[in-house]
Ligand binder design. Structure first.
Ligand code: PLP
Length: 489
Protein backbone atom coordinates (compact mmCIF):
# COMPACT_ATOMS: atom_id res chain seq x y z
CA UNK A 1 0.00 0.00 0.00
CA UNK A 2 1.01 3.58 -0.52
CA UNK A 3 1.15 5.89 2.46
CA UNK A 4 -0.11 9.43 2.47
CA UNK A 5 3.21 10.72 1.19
CA UNK A 6 3.22 8.41 -1.78
CA UNK A 7 6.04 6.16 -0.56
CA UNK A 8 5.80 2.44 -1.06
CA UNK A 9 5.29 0.51 2.16
CA UNK A 10 7.97 -2.19 2.75
CA UNK A 11 5.64 -5.08 1.89
CA UNK A 12 4.94 -3.53 -1.48
CA UNK A 13 8.59 -3.01 -2.41
CA UNK A 14 10.22 -5.40 -4.83
CA UNK A 15 12.39 -7.96 -3.06
CA UNK A 16 16.10 -7.32 -3.56
CA UNK A 17 16.87 -10.76 -4.94
CA UNK A 18 19.40 -11.47 -7.65
CA UNK A 19 16.56 -12.22 -9.97
CA UNK A 20 14.91 -8.89 -9.31
CA UNK A 21 18.20 -7.06 -9.75
CA UNK A 22 18.52 -8.54 -13.23
CA UNK A 23 15.25 -6.89 -14.22
CA UNK A 24 15.34 -3.69 -16.18
CA UNK A 25 14.20 -0.47 -14.57
CA UNK A 26 11.04 -0.67 -16.67
CA UNK A 27 10.15 -4.09 -15.32
CA UNK A 28 10.76 -2.87 -11.79
CA UNK A 29 8.41 0.00 -12.39
CA UNK A 30 5.82 -2.43 -13.72
CA UNK A 31 6.00 -4.59 -10.58
CA UNK A 32 5.66 -1.61 -8.26
CA UNK A 33 2.54 -0.63 -10.12
CA UNK A 34 1.02 -4.08 -10.02
CA UNK A 35 1.66 -4.46 -6.31
CA UNK A 36 -0.22 -1.33 -5.34
CA UNK A 37 -3.93 -0.67 -5.19
CA UNK A 38 -5.26 0.87 -8.38
CA UNK A 39 -9.04 0.70 -7.91
CA UNK A 40 -10.94 1.62 -4.78
CA UNK A 41 -14.31 -0.09 -5.05
CA UNK A 42 -17.26 0.30 -2.67
CA UNK A 43 -20.02 -2.25 -2.02
CA UNK A 44 -23.46 -1.47 -3.46
CA UNK A 45 -24.73 -0.95 0.08
CA UNK A 46 -22.51 2.13 0.29
CA UNK A 47 -24.29 4.03 -2.47
CA UNK A 48 -25.14 7.33 -0.73
CA UNK A 49 -28.59 7.45 0.88
CA UNK A 50 -28.84 11.23 0.59
CA UNK A 51 -27.84 13.94 -1.82
CA UNK A 52 -25.70 16.65 -0.24
CA UNK A 53 -27.05 20.19 -0.54
CA UNK A 54 -24.29 22.80 -0.44
CA UNK A 55 -26.90 25.55 -0.02
CA UNK A 56 -27.06 24.55 3.65
CA UNK A 57 -23.41 25.48 4.22
CA UNK A 58 -22.95 28.55 1.99
CA UNK A 59 -21.54 31.54 3.90
CA UNK A 60 -23.82 33.80 1.83
CA UNK A 61 -27.09 32.69 0.19
CA UNK A 62 -27.52 32.52 -3.57
CA UNK A 63 -29.03 35.58 -5.28
CA UNK A 64 -32.71 34.93 -6.08
CA UNK A 65 -33.96 33.70 -9.44
CA UNK A 66 -36.00 36.45 -11.15
CA UNK A 67 -39.11 36.42 -13.29
CA UNK A 68 -38.13 37.62 -16.80
CA UNK A 69 -41.14 39.95 -17.01
CA UNK A 70 -41.50 41.47 -13.53
CA UNK A 71 -37.84 40.96 -12.54
CA UNK A 72 -39.11 39.97 -9.10
CA UNK A 73 -38.05 36.71 -7.39
CA UNK A 74 -39.90 33.71 -8.82
CA UNK A 75 -42.01 31.45 -6.63
CA UNK A 76 -42.61 27.71 -7.02
CA UNK A 77 -45.83 28.36 -9.00
CA UNK A 78 -43.85 30.22 -11.70
CA UNK A 79 -41.75 27.13 -12.35
CA UNK A 80 -44.62 24.62 -12.17
CA UNK A 81 -45.36 24.58 -15.94
CA UNK A 82 -41.82 23.28 -16.52
CA UNK A 83 -40.89 21.08 -13.55
CA UNK A 84 -42.63 18.76 -11.06
CA UNK A 85 -43.02 20.26 -7.59
CA UNK A 86 -40.53 17.90 -5.88
CA UNK A 87 -37.75 19.19 -8.12
CA UNK A 88 -38.83 22.81 -7.62
CA UNK A 89 -38.66 22.28 -3.85
CA UNK A 90 -35.18 20.77 -4.19
CA UNK A 91 -34.18 23.82 -6.25
CA UNK A 92 -34.82 26.15 -3.32
CA UNK A 93 -34.14 23.79 -0.41
CA UNK A 94 -31.54 24.72 2.20
CA UNK A 95 -31.69 21.35 3.96
CA UNK A 96 -28.25 19.80 4.10
CA UNK A 97 -29.32 16.26 3.21
CA UNK A 98 -32.10 15.22 0.86
CA UNK A 99 -33.03 11.55 0.90
CA UNK A 100 -32.53 9.63 -2.35
CA UNK A 101 -35.80 7.76 -3.08
CA UNK A 102 -35.54 3.95 -3.03
CA UNK A 103 -36.45 3.49 -6.73
CA UNK A 104 -33.68 5.92 -7.71
CA UNK A 105 -31.10 4.13 -5.55
CA UNK A 106 -32.25 0.86 -7.10
CA UNK A 107 -31.41 2.16 -10.56
CA UNK A 108 -28.13 3.63 -9.31
CA UNK A 109 -27.15 0.05 -8.38
CA UNK A 110 -26.81 -0.66 -12.09
CA UNK A 111 -23.45 1.19 -12.13
CA UNK A 112 -22.91 2.81 -8.74
CA UNK A 113 -20.74 3.06 -6.75
CA UNK A 114 -18.37 4.03 -9.54
CA UNK A 115 -14.69 3.16 -9.10
CA UNK A 116 -12.06 5.56 -7.85
CA UNK A 117 -8.73 4.91 -9.57
CA UNK A 118 -5.24 5.79 -8.49
CA UNK A 119 -3.59 6.83 -11.77
CA UNK A 120 -0.31 5.07 -11.05
CA UNK A 121 0.71 4.66 -14.66
CA UNK A 122 -0.04 8.30 -15.42
CA UNK A 123 2.01 9.33 -12.38
CA UNK A 124 4.93 7.30 -13.73
CA UNK A 125 4.53 8.75 -17.22
CA UNK A 126 4.61 12.26 -15.77
CA UNK A 127 7.39 11.40 -13.31
CA UNK A 128 5.48 13.32 -10.71
CA UNK A 129 5.52 12.87 -6.95
CA UNK A 130 1.80 13.76 -7.01
CA UNK A 131 -0.79 11.16 -6.07
CA UNK A 132 -3.40 11.35 -8.81
CA UNK A 133 -6.89 9.90 -8.29
CA UNK A 134 -9.79 9.93 -10.69
CA UNK A 135 -13.42 9.11 -10.17
CA UNK A 136 -14.66 7.31 -13.27
CA UNK A 137 -18.27 8.10 -14.20
CA UNK A 138 -17.96 6.53 -17.66
CA UNK A 139 -19.20 3.19 -16.31
CA UNK A 140 -22.84 4.37 -16.37
CA UNK A 141 -25.12 3.06 -19.16
CA UNK A 142 -24.90 6.33 -21.09
CA UNK A 143 -21.17 6.63 -20.46
CA UNK A 144 -21.05 9.67 -18.16
CA UNK A 145 -22.26 11.27 -14.93
CA UNK A 146 -25.48 12.47 -16.57
CA UNK A 147 -27.70 9.49 -15.56
CA UNK A 148 -27.19 10.45 -11.88
CA UNK A 149 -29.68 13.24 -12.38
CA UNK A 150 -31.58 11.85 -15.40
CA UNK A 151 -32.84 8.92 -13.31
CA UNK A 152 -33.86 11.19 -10.43
CA UNK A 153 -35.63 13.63 -12.75
CA UNK A 154 -37.49 10.88 -14.61
CA UNK A 155 -38.57 9.37 -11.28
CA UNK A 156 -40.03 12.63 -9.89
CA UNK A 157 -41.77 13.35 -13.20
CA UNK A 158 -43.28 9.89 -13.28
CA UNK A 159 -44.52 10.39 -9.70
CA UNK A 160 -46.19 13.63 -10.83
CA UNK A 161 -47.97 11.84 -13.70
CA UNK A 162 -45.89 13.39 -16.46
CA UNK A 163 -46.04 11.50 -19.76
CA UNK A 164 -43.38 13.25 -21.81
CA UNK A 165 -40.07 15.01 -21.13
CA UNK A 166 -38.45 17.41 -23.56
CA UNK A 167 -34.83 18.43 -23.32
CA UNK A 168 -31.75 19.73 -25.10
CA UNK A 169 -28.41 18.02 -25.54
CA UNK A 170 -24.97 19.13 -26.65
CA UNK A 171 -22.64 16.20 -27.11
CA UNK A 172 -25.53 13.76 -26.67
CA UNK A 173 -24.48 12.42 -23.27
CA UNK A 174 -27.37 14.15 -21.53
CA UNK A 175 -29.89 13.26 -24.25
CA UNK A 176 -28.96 9.58 -24.09
CA UNK A 177 -29.07 9.64 -20.29
CA UNK A 178 -32.58 11.06 -20.22
CA UNK A 179 -33.63 8.66 -22.98
CA UNK A 180 -32.34 5.77 -20.83
CA UNK A 181 -34.10 7.08 -17.72
CA UNK A 182 -37.33 7.70 -19.68
CA UNK A 183 -37.28 4.09 -20.89
CA UNK A 184 -37.01 2.85 -17.28
CA UNK A 185 -39.83 5.04 -15.95
CA UNK A 186 -42.19 4.81 -18.97
CA UNK A 187 -41.85 8.45 -20.08
CA UNK A 188 -41.59 9.58 -23.72
CA UNK A 189 -38.46 11.63 -24.35
CA UNK A 190 -37.86 14.22 -27.06
CA UNK A 191 -34.38 15.67 -27.46
CA UNK A 192 -33.26 18.79 -29.34
CA UNK A 193 -29.63 18.09 -30.19
CA UNK A 194 -27.31 20.97 -31.10
CA UNK A 195 -26.86 20.77 -34.87
CA UNK A 196 -23.06 20.68 -34.95
CA UNK A 197 -22.99 17.79 -32.46
CA UNK A 198 -25.84 16.02 -34.26
CA UNK A 199 -23.63 16.01 -37.37
CA UNK A 200 -20.43 15.11 -35.46
CA UNK A 201 -21.92 12.29 -33.37
CA UNK A 202 -24.51 10.23 -35.30
CA UNK A 203 -24.10 7.25 -32.96
CA UNK A 204 -25.31 9.29 -29.98
CA UNK A 205 -28.53 9.89 -31.87
CA UNK A 206 -28.76 6.15 -32.58
CA UNK A 207 -28.30 5.43 -28.86
CA UNK A 208 -31.12 7.83 -27.95
CA UNK A 209 -33.36 6.14 -30.50
CA UNK A 210 -32.40 2.73 -29.14
CA UNK A 211 -33.72 3.85 -25.75
CA UNK A 212 -36.90 4.98 -27.52
CA UNK A 213 -36.39 8.76 -27.66
CA UNK A 214 -36.90 11.11 -30.60
CA UNK A 215 -33.85 13.23 -31.48
CA UNK A 216 -34.17 16.42 -33.57
CA UNK A 217 -31.29 18.63 -34.76
CA UNK A 218 -31.51 22.17 -33.35
CA UNK A 219 -32.27 24.83 -34.51
CA UNK A 220 -35.28 23.05 -36.01
CA UNK A 221 -38.35 24.12 -37.97
CA UNK A 222 -40.52 22.49 -35.25
CA UNK A 223 -40.59 25.50 -32.91
CA UNK A 224 -41.02 29.24 -33.17
CA UNK A 225 -37.60 29.76 -31.56
CA UNK A 226 -35.95 27.41 -34.06
CA UNK A 227 -37.71 28.94 -37.07
CA UNK A 228 -36.65 32.47 -36.02
CA UNK A 229 -32.99 31.43 -35.86
CA UNK A 230 -33.14 29.51 -39.17
CA UNK A 231 -34.71 32.54 -40.88
CA UNK A 232 -31.63 34.59 -39.92
CA UNK A 233 -29.09 31.88 -40.68
CA UNK A 234 -30.26 28.64 -42.35
CA UNK A 235 -26.92 26.87 -41.68
CA UNK A 236 -26.78 27.86 -37.99
CA UNK A 237 -24.58 25.35 -36.05
CA UNK A 238 -26.85 25.59 -33.03
CA UNK A 239 -26.01 26.14 -29.40
CA UNK A 240 -27.23 24.81 -26.07
CA UNK A 241 -29.00 28.13 -25.48
CA UNK A 242 -31.06 27.66 -28.67
CA UNK A 243 -31.81 23.98 -27.98
CA UNK A 244 -33.02 24.91 -24.48
CA UNK A 245 -35.40 27.50 -26.00
CA UNK A 246 -36.86 24.87 -28.31
CA UNK A 247 -37.31 22.32 -25.53
CA UNK A 248 -38.86 24.83 -23.10
CA UNK A 249 -41.24 26.04 -25.83
CA UNK A 250 -42.50 22.51 -26.52
CA UNK A 251 -42.75 21.59 -22.83
CA UNK A 252 -44.74 24.71 -21.91
CA UNK A 253 -47.49 23.83 -24.41
CA UNK A 254 -48.96 20.77 -22.66
CA UNK A 255 -49.89 19.87 -19.10
CA UNK A 256 -48.63 16.30 -19.38
CA UNK A 257 -45.26 17.41 -20.76
CA UNK A 258 -42.39 18.87 -18.77
CA UNK A 259 -38.89 20.12 -19.39
CA UNK A 260 -35.70 18.53 -18.05
CA UNK A 261 -32.30 20.22 -17.86
CA UNK A 262 -29.03 18.28 -17.74
CA UNK A 263 -26.99 20.86 -15.84
CA UNK A 264 -26.91 24.39 -14.35
CA UNK A 265 -29.91 24.17 -11.97
CA UNK A 266 -29.44 23.60 -8.23
CA UNK A 267 -31.36 20.32 -8.20
CA UNK A 268 -29.22 18.90 -11.03
CA UNK A 269 -26.02 19.76 -9.17
CA UNK A 270 -27.54 18.28 -6.02
CA UNK A 271 -28.16 14.90 -7.70
CA UNK A 272 -24.54 14.77 -8.85
CA UNK A 273 -23.18 14.94 -5.30
CA UNK A 274 -23.26 11.13 -5.11
CA UNK A 275 -19.92 11.38 -6.98
CA UNK A 276 -18.07 13.37 -4.34
CA UNK A 277 -19.67 11.53 -1.42
CA UNK A 278 -18.45 8.20 -2.78
CA UNK A 279 -15.01 9.70 -3.49
CA UNK A 280 -14.75 10.78 0.17
CA UNK A 281 -15.30 7.17 1.28
CA UNK A 282 -12.93 5.79 -1.33
CA UNK A 283 -10.16 8.22 -0.39
CA UNK A 284 -10.66 7.13 3.20
CA UNK A 285 -9.94 3.57 1.97
CA UNK A 286 -6.77 4.97 0.39
CA UNK A 287 -5.95 6.77 3.66
CA UNK A 288 -5.69 10.00 1.72
CA UNK A 289 -7.42 13.37 1.22
CA UNK A 290 -7.22 15.65 -1.81
CA UNK A 291 -5.14 18.82 -1.85
CA UNK A 292 -6.50 19.67 -5.29
CA UNK A 293 -9.80 18.80 -7.00
CA UNK A 294 -10.30 19.33 -10.73
CA UNK A 295 -13.44 19.12 -12.85
CA UNK A 296 -14.49 20.35 -16.27
CA UNK A 297 -17.32 22.85 -16.48
CA UNK A 298 -19.98 23.17 -19.14
CA UNK A 299 -22.99 24.06 -17.02
CA UNK A 300 -21.20 22.96 -13.84
CA UNK A 301 -22.89 19.69 -12.81
CA UNK A 302 -20.07 17.11 -12.85
CA UNK A 303 -17.73 19.67 -11.30
CA UNK A 304 -20.29 20.26 -8.55
CA UNK A 305 -20.74 16.53 -8.13
CA UNK A 306 -17.11 15.90 -7.31
CA UNK A 307 -16.34 19.18 -5.53
CA UNK A 308 -19.38 20.19 -3.44
CA UNK A 309 -19.10 17.51 -0.73
CA UNK A 310 -15.46 18.57 -0.16
CA UNK A 311 -16.32 22.30 -0.24
CA UNK A 312 -19.09 21.59 2.29
CA UNK A 313 -16.67 19.71 4.54
CA UNK A 314 -14.32 22.70 4.41
CA UNK A 315 -17.12 25.17 5.17
CA UNK A 316 -18.08 23.08 8.20
CA UNK A 317 -14.56 23.40 9.59
CA UNK A 318 -12.64 20.80 7.57
CA UNK A 319 -9.57 21.12 5.40
CA UNK A 320 -9.52 23.65 2.58
CA UNK A 321 -8.94 22.11 -0.82
CA UNK A 322 -7.76 23.93 -3.94
CA UNK A 323 -10.63 23.51 -6.41
CA UNK A 324 -10.10 24.13 -10.11
CA UNK A 325 -12.84 24.41 -12.75
CA UNK A 326 -11.55 23.82 -16.28
CA UNK A 327 -13.37 25.27 -19.25
CA UNK A 328 -12.76 25.61 -23.00
CA UNK A 329 -10.97 28.77 -24.15
CA UNK A 330 -13.55 28.99 -26.96
CA UNK A 331 -16.46 29.26 -24.49
CA UNK A 332 -14.92 30.67 -21.29
CA UNK A 333 -17.87 31.73 -19.14
CA UNK A 334 -16.09 31.53 -15.76
CA UNK A 335 -12.81 33.14 -16.84
CA UNK A 336 -14.06 35.67 -19.38
CA UNK A 337 -17.80 36.06 -18.72
CA UNK A 338 -19.59 38.75 -16.73
CA UNK A 339 -21.24 37.92 -13.39
CA UNK A 340 -24.74 39.21 -14.03
CA UNK A 341 -28.40 38.27 -14.35
CA UNK A 342 -29.04 36.60 -17.68
CA UNK A 343 -31.38 34.22 -19.47
CA UNK A 344 -30.56 30.53 -19.58
CA UNK A 345 -31.63 30.31 -23.21
CA UNK A 346 -31.35 32.26 -26.44
CA UNK A 347 -35.04 32.99 -27.05
CA UNK A 348 -35.46 34.36 -23.50
CA UNK A 349 -38.12 31.93 -22.31
CA UNK A 350 -36.39 31.02 -19.02
CA UNK A 351 -36.19 32.95 -15.74
CA UNK A 352 -33.17 35.16 -15.03
CA UNK A 353 -30.37 33.75 -12.92
CA UNK A 354 -27.24 35.45 -11.66
CA UNK A 355 -24.29 33.66 -13.18
CA UNK A 356 -21.08 34.03 -15.14
CA UNK A 357 -22.30 34.51 -18.68
CA UNK A 358 -21.02 35.28 -22.16
CA UNK A 359 -24.49 36.57 -23.07
CA UNK A 360 -27.46 34.43 -24.02
CA UNK A 361 -27.12 35.16 -27.75
CA UNK A 362 -23.44 34.13 -27.83
CA UNK A 363 -22.79 31.20 -30.18
CA UNK A 364 -19.52 29.45 -29.40
CA UNK A 365 -17.51 28.02 -32.31
CA UNK A 366 -18.13 24.34 -33.11
CA UNK A 367 -15.32 22.74 -31.11
CA UNK A 368 -15.56 19.07 -30.19
CA UNK A 369 -16.47 19.26 -26.50
CA UNK A 370 -20.13 19.90 -27.35
CA UNK A 371 -21.18 19.54 -23.72
CA UNK A 372 -19.12 22.61 -22.81
CA UNK A 373 -20.64 24.93 -25.44
CA UNK A 374 -22.93 26.81 -23.05
CA UNK A 375 -22.98 30.59 -22.64
CA UNK A 376 -23.63 30.53 -18.90
CA UNK A 377 -22.58 28.71 -15.74
CA UNK A 378 -24.50 27.20 -12.85
CA UNK A 379 -25.49 29.95 -10.39
CA UNK A 380 -24.05 27.83 -7.54
CA UNK A 381 -20.68 27.44 -9.26
CA UNK A 382 -20.66 31.14 -10.23
CA UNK A 383 -21.47 32.10 -6.63
CA UNK A 384 -18.55 29.99 -5.34
CA UNK A 385 -16.23 31.74 -7.76
CA UNK A 386 -17.45 35.12 -6.52
CA UNK A 387 -16.84 33.97 -2.93
CA UNK A 388 -13.27 32.96 -3.84
CA UNK A 389 -13.92 29.31 -3.00
CA UNK A 390 -12.96 27.97 -6.44
CA UNK A 391 -10.49 28.85 -9.21
CA UNK A 392 -11.03 28.57 -12.95
CA UNK A 393 -8.77 28.07 -15.93
CA UNK A 394 -9.43 27.84 -19.71
CA UNK A 395 -7.58 25.75 -22.31
CA UNK A 396 -7.66 25.41 -26.08
CA UNK A 397 -8.78 22.06 -27.48
CA UNK A 398 -5.46 20.87 -28.96
CA UNK A 399 -3.76 21.00 -25.52
CA UNK A 400 -6.78 19.32 -24.00
CA UNK A 401 -6.59 16.46 -26.51
CA UNK A 402 -2.80 16.15 -25.98
CA UNK A 403 -3.64 15.51 -22.33
CA UNK A 404 -6.46 13.07 -23.14
CA UNK A 405 -4.24 11.00 -25.43
CA UNK A 406 -1.42 10.92 -22.86
CA UNK A 407 -3.97 9.76 -20.28
CA UNK A 408 -5.42 7.07 -22.58
CA UNK A 409 -1.94 5.71 -23.31
CA UNK A 410 -1.13 5.46 -19.62
CA UNK A 411 -4.47 4.43 -18.11
CA UNK A 412 -6.27 2.81 -21.04
CA UNK A 413 -9.55 4.70 -20.67
CA UNK A 414 -10.45 7.02 -23.53
CA UNK A 415 -11.97 10.19 -22.06
CA UNK A 416 -14.83 12.19 -23.55
CA UNK A 417 -13.63 15.49 -25.06
CA UNK A 418 -15.28 17.32 -22.15
CA UNK A 419 -13.48 15.13 -19.61
CA UNK A 420 -10.16 15.84 -21.36
CA UNK A 421 -10.40 19.34 -19.91
CA UNK A 422 -10.29 17.90 -16.39
CA UNK A 423 -7.47 15.53 -17.41
CA UNK A 424 -5.48 18.53 -18.66
CA UNK A 425 -6.12 20.45 -15.43
CA UNK A 426 -5.03 17.47 -13.33
CA UNK A 427 -1.91 16.84 -15.42
CA UNK A 428 -0.89 20.49 -15.12
CA UNK A 429 -1.36 20.30 -11.34
CA UNK A 430 0.77 17.12 -11.27
CA UNK A 431 3.49 18.79 -13.33
CA UNK A 432 3.53 21.71 -10.87
CA UNK A 433 4.11 19.12 -8.12
CA UNK A 434 7.06 17.74 -10.08
CA UNK A 435 8.52 21.22 -10.54
CA UNK A 436 8.05 22.10 -6.86
CA UNK A 437 9.09 18.65 -5.63
CA UNK A 438 5.84 18.36 -3.67
CA UNK A 439 3.69 15.25 -3.30
CA UNK A 440 0.11 16.49 -3.32
CA UNK A 441 -3.07 14.45 -3.78
CA UNK A 442 -4.98 15.44 -6.91
CA UNK A 443 -8.51 14.21 -7.45
CA UNK A 444 -10.29 14.74 -10.74
CA UNK A 445 -13.60 13.72 -12.21
CA UNK A 446 -13.27 11.58 -15.31
CA UNK A 447 -16.88 12.37 -16.06
CA UNK A 448 -17.34 10.29 -19.21
CA UNK A 449 -15.80 8.07 -21.85
CA UNK A 450 -15.31 9.17 -25.44
CA UNK A 451 -16.38 6.06 -27.34
CA UNK A 452 -18.97 8.05 -29.27
CA UNK A 453 -16.56 10.91 -29.87
CA UNK A 454 -14.04 9.14 -32.09
CA UNK A 455 -14.40 11.72 -34.88
CA UNK A 456 -12.82 14.21 -32.51
CA UNK A 457 -9.86 11.88 -32.02
CA UNK A 458 -9.67 11.20 -35.78
CA UNK A 459 -9.52 14.97 -36.37
CA UNK A 460 -6.88 15.31 -33.67
CA UNK A 461 -4.64 12.64 -35.19
CA UNK A 462 -5.02 14.01 -38.71
CA UNK A 463 -4.06 17.50 -37.53
CA UNK A 464 -7.52 18.92 -38.28
CA UNK A 465 -8.32 19.92 -34.73
CA UNK A 466 -8.07 23.71 -34.74
CA UNK A 467 -7.80 25.91 -31.67
CA UNK A 468 -10.99 27.80 -32.37
CA UNK A 469 -11.45 31.27 -30.94
CA UNK A 470 -14.75 32.94 -30.31
CA UNK A 471 -15.57 36.15 -32.16
CA UNK A 472 -14.68 39.10 -29.86
CA UNK A 473 -17.21 41.30 -31.64
CA UNK A 474 -19.97 38.77 -31.10
CA UNK A 475 -19.05 38.40 -27.44
CA UNK A 476 -19.15 42.18 -26.94
CA UNK A 477 -22.55 42.30 -28.64
CA UNK A 478 -23.92 39.40 -26.60
CA UNK A 479 -22.71 41.01 -23.35
CA UNK A 480 -24.15 44.38 -24.38
CA UNK A 481 -27.51 42.63 -24.67
CA UNK A 482 -27.58 41.48 -21.02
CA UNK A 483 -30.93 42.34 -19.42
CA UNK A 484 -30.82 45.30 -17.05
CA UNK A 485 -31.75 44.35 -13.53
CA UNK A 486 -31.81 46.74 -10.56
CA UNK A 487 -30.22 44.84 -7.70
CA UNK A 488 -30.50 45.52 -4.03
CA UNK A 489 -27.11 46.55 -2.61
C1 PLP B 1 -19.10 13.95 -20.63
C2 PLP B 1 -19.57 15.33 -20.28
N1 PLP B 1 -18.87 16.03 -19.41
C3 PLP B 1 -19.23 17.27 -19.05
C4 PLP B 1 -20.33 17.88 -19.60
C5 PLP B 1 -20.65 19.27 -19.20
O1 PLP B 1 -21.74 19.38 -18.36
P1 PLP B 1 -21.58 19.67 -16.84
O2 PLP B 1 -20.70 20.90 -16.71
O3 PLP B 1 -22.95 19.93 -16.39
O4 PLP B 1 -20.98 18.48 -16.20
C6 PLP B 1 -21.12 17.18 -20.51
C7 PLP B 1 -22.33 17.79 -21.06
O5 PLP B 1 -22.97 17.32 -21.94
C8 PLP B 1 -20.72 15.87 -20.86
O6 PLP B 1 -21.41 15.17 -21.77
Amino acid sequence: MTGINGELAPDAKIAGTDQAQRHTAAATTEREIVNDTVKYVLEESRIPRVWYNLQADLPKPLPPVLHPGTKLPVGPADLAPLFPMELILQEVSTEREIEIPGPVRDVYRQWRPTPLYRARRLEKALQTPARIYYKYEGVSPAGSHKPNTAVAQAFYNQQAGVKKLVTETGAGQWGSSLAFAGALFGIDVQVFMVRVSYDQKPYRRALMETYGARCIPSPSPETQSGRAILAQRPDHPGSLGIAISEAVEVAAQRDDTKYALGSVLNHVLLHQTVIGQEALLQLEMADDYPDVIVGCTGGGSNFAGIAFPFIGAHLRGGRKVEIIAVEPAACPSLTRGTYAYDFGDTAHLTPLTKMHTLGSTFTPPGFHAGGLRYHGMAPMVSHLRQLGLIDAVAYHQSKVFDAGVLFARAEGILPAPEANHAVKGAIDAAIRCREDGRSRAILFNLCGHGHFDMQAYIDYFSGKLKDLDYDEGELAMALAGLPSVAEAA
